[in-house]
Design a protein around this ligand. Structure first.
Ligand SMILES: *Cc1c(COP(=O)(O)O)cnc(C)c1O
Length: 422
């Protein structure tokens, strides 16, 4: 199946007389006809459902669909993108370990990595997202367990050189985890470029309609966890009656561990109703992504011509620092998100934003409706000036998320914003 078809048909194929649309299985639990049968699903959780803290049929259908879209072998949904990022790291890092991350990533992820994980004894080694192969290879220490980056970074819109990052990680015997939220599997499939694990905030384009927060972790099934660096996957898990993930679940040991250990203990599983809504968003993902790209390209070209704008970051724009890299990794387009730096810094950025009437001022991005955000006073408020610069953010920066309205209406609104700056 081509990806457009997968958006509609992967993950759920009803049999004779069954509902056409995957139903909402609003049930916390599942019935078995004997004690033995229950014992059996505890021994092998892939054999049946146990409890909706770690698996549910509605969510299961969505997980299978996303795994298929990304070209992975298994996926696990989480209650937020933050939970997906957290679990993706905690699944292989423990106190005393470290991991390498691109400095150009989502502000919430920077807080999680630099502050909260540090308190748990896990060190994040930040490196420039454009670091060359040698620098990336050398960034790892003996206790380093993985590399992490974002395909198109929120909000700096840097494009990750996934192939180089994957090669550097693999040279150290380590996996690369890629947050593919902005690109979605429609525009880029990181696994095809060597990434081993993919995470998403499904709250953004995948859901698309701003109706529920969620996340997902996808396992490529390709990484060799038996290279001696990951005893957590190759030695018995005493908390799960001696399961050895690489032996018992060789097709996706990483994902099975995340579900059986972390999801069991943290319980950050989405509600069936949320997964049902996410599935509706996924059904139109391919159609929407193409239109977001088309609208954003026109808006970026328009706004780049204004003398009130210091710079426009949109990797699809010729002359953008990431133009060439985007051609390689994002041939269909660069999503609907544009970074606009207004001349005159924070004051003029605020004037521009407050004059808009169509675009909503909200803490969201990658929505079906056009929206704007001032990262320095909202999502990235907690970052120090140094971290802001490293994440590619200045006081005049506006994150403009171009929606699916008629592009002429979006441009007319932006004209109003520009006119408000004197
Ligand atoms: C929003 C976002 C997150 C966090 O996701 P939530 O669903 O809000 O928890 C992580 N990564 C990226 C790139 C994001 O845009």
């Amino acid at each position: 199946m081509n990806i457009e078809t997968k958006c509609l048909h992967s993950g759920y194929s009803p049999k004779n007389g069954e509902p056409r649309v995957v139903p909402i299985y609003q049930s916390t639990t599942y019935v078995y006809n004997s004690t033995d049968a229950v014992a059996h699903v505890f021994d092998d959780p892939t054999a049946g459902l146990i409890y909706s803290r770690f698996a549910n049929p509605t969510t299961d259908a969505v997980e299978k669909k996303i795994a298929d879209l990304e070209g992975g072998v298994a996926a696990m949904c989480t209650s937020s993108g933050q939970a997906a990022s957290l679990c993706s790291i905690l699944n292989i890092c423990e106190a005393g370990d470290s991991f390498v991350a691109s400095a150009s990533i989502y502000g919430g992820t920077i807080n999680l990595f630099a502050v909260t994980l540090k308190k748990l004894g896990i060190e994040c080694i930040f490196v420039d997202c454009d670091a060359d192969y040698e620098t990336l290879v050398k960034a790892a220490k003996p206790n380093t367990k993985c590399y992490f980056g974002e395909t198109i970074a929120n909000p700096a819109l840097t494009v990750l050189d996934i192939e180089t990052w994957a090669k550097a990680a693999h040279a150290n015997g380590l996996p690369l985890i890629v947050d593919n939220t902005f690109a979605t599997p429609i525009l880029c499939r990181p696994i095809e470029w060597g990434a081993d694990i993919v995470v998403h905030s499904t709250s953004k384009y995948m859901d698309g309609h701003a109706v529920q927060v969620g996340g997902v972790i996808v396992d490529s099934g390709k990484f060799d966890w038996k290279n001696g660096k990951f005893p957590c996957l190759t030695e018995p898990d005493e908390s799960y009656h001696g399961t050895i993930y690489t032996r018992d679940y060789p097709f996706a040991p990483y994902l099975l561990k995340a579900r059986m250990q972390l999801m069991r203990d943290f319980g950050c599983y989405p509600a069936a109703n949320s997964s049902f809504l996410l599935n509706l968003g996924l059904e139109t993902l391919s159609v929407r992504m193409k239109q977001y790209c088309e609208n954003a390209m026109k808006v970026a070209e328009f706004i780049a011509k204004s003398d009130k704008v210091a710079s426009v970051g949109y990797p699809g724009l010729e002359g953008d620092k990431y133009y060439e890299r985007a051609k390689k990794y994002l041939p269909l387009g660069c999503s609907g998100v544009i970074a606009v730096s207004i001349k005159g810094g924070r004051d003029n950025a605020v004037k521009f934003m407050d004059a808009l009437t169509l675009a909503s001022n909200e803490v969201h991005v990658a929505d079906i409706r056009t929206c704007v955000l001032h990262p320095a006073s909202a999502t990235h408020r907690q970052l120090t000036d140094e971290q802001l610069v490293a994440a590619g953010i200045d006081g005049g920066l506006i994150r403009l998320s171009v929606g699916l309205e008629n592009v002429d209406d979006i441009i007319a609104d932006i004209e109003k914003g520009l006119a408000a700056i004197n």
